[in-house]
Ligand binder design. Structure first.
Ligand SMILES: NC(=O)c1ccc[n+]([C@@H]2O[C@H](COP(=O)([O-])OP(=O)(O)OC[C@H]3O[C@@H](n4cnc5c(N)ncnc54)[C@H](OP(=O)(O)O)[C@@H]3O)[C@@H](O)[C@H]2O)c1
Length: 286
């Protein structure tokens, strides 16, 4: 039986991927921060006859400790993982500082995905054709990681910070593979088409505007993820798989620069608790 984990699997594209794998007979665990959305996922799974294979872990991935707890919960539920899907994200119109002192989008787009990717490696390496799928902004070449101010403490701009976190997200797959050169796990980084989000966490009046635009122009999540599921189920030979709205992306782009990836990894190992993130520890996936 396949085992699938979806961070941000209670709505939108994450939920569509979770539903697909439940329908295929997999055991699926999803994480979200709103209990009612998790309960709806479980109720729908039960109604479809898949209740015994569906789990919901209620966690706020903005907290680093919660990411580590999620890893422990997954170890209790799954002996191996075939797919880890990273889809949790929120828009932060104003700067949001987490309890750990990090900026919010940097956590959801990068640090949370870092912890989940690295620490779930041992479960993935026991999986069948294992793959990490990170839904982000792959192929956008605008901007760079805000190297001098990773937590966007100065002159916060939602656009600049989201771009910086997106560029960090691009480099995550690169340094993950640098640190696991002999692994089997592939890293799929993609930018989806404009998709009707299931949450729309924006404050007004942005929320109303986003709803109207989404109704007019956005693709339903089930349709957006079709090509992603196809890629996950029929994987290309390369380990770093890059797609932007279904089109292959050149791994030679500056946004996947191997030296920048190493630099970001070193900075990350420094900002996260070094006793848990020394290089040897993370290479073991623990
Ligand atoms: N929609 C688009 O057009 C588009 C375009 C480009 C990239 N993307 C990226 O694609 C991914 C999925 O987008 P989507 O539109 O499908 O998203 P969505 O419907 O808004 O779903 C986001 C998921 O993440 C969860 N989540 C958010 N904050 C969380 C937190 N702090 N802790 C735990 N879970 C959290 C949400 O549940 P709770 O809110 O209950 O926590 C939900 O399950 C995101 O990374 C997004 O940046 C989307």
């Amino acid at each position: 039986m396949r085992n699938v984990f979806v961070a941000g699997g209670t709505t939108g594209m994450g939920r569509a991927i979770a539903d697909h794998y439940l329908g295929q007979g997999a055991r699926v665990t999803v994480v979200g921060s709103t209990p009612s959305r998790g309960e709806r996922f479980l109720a729908d799974a039960a109604a479809a006859g898949a209740g015994d294979r569906a789990s919901f872990v209620h966690a706020d991935l903005l907290s680093i400790a919660e990411n580590h707890r999620v890893v422990e919960e997954l170890r209790a539920r799954h002996d191996s993982l075939d797919a880890v899907v990273l889809a949790a994200m929120l828009p932060f119109v104003k700067r949001h500082e987490t309890a750990d002192g990090f900026e919010g989008s940097f956590v959801l787009y990068y640090l949370s995905r870092f912890v989940l990717s690295y620490r779930l490696t041992d479960l993935l390496e026991r999986g069948d054709a294992p793959i990490i799928t990170s839904i982000g902004a792959t192929g956008i070449t605008k901007g760079d990681v805000n190297w001098d101010d990773l937590q966007s403490t100065r002159n916060y701009s939602a656009v600049r910070t989201t771009i910086s976190s997106g560029r960090a997200n691009d480099l995550l797959g690169v340094h993950y593979l640098q640190n696991h050169p002999d692994g089997r796990t592939k890293y799929l980084q993609l930018r989806p088409p404009y998709t009707r989000s299931g949450t729309n966490h924006l404050p007004q009046p942005y929320r109303a505007a986003a709803s109207v635009l989404a109704r007019l122009f956005a693709t339903p999540p089930e349709r957006s993820v079709r090509s992603t599921l196809e890629l996950m189920d029929h994987q290309p030979p390369e380990r770093l798989v890059l797609r932007a709205v279904d089109k292959p992306v050149d791994p030679g782009l500056a946004t996947f620069d191997p030296d920048k990836a190493r630099r970001l990894y070193d900075l990350t190992a420094h900002v996260l608790d070094p006793t848990r993130w020394s290089t040897d520890v993370s290479r073991d996936g623990r």
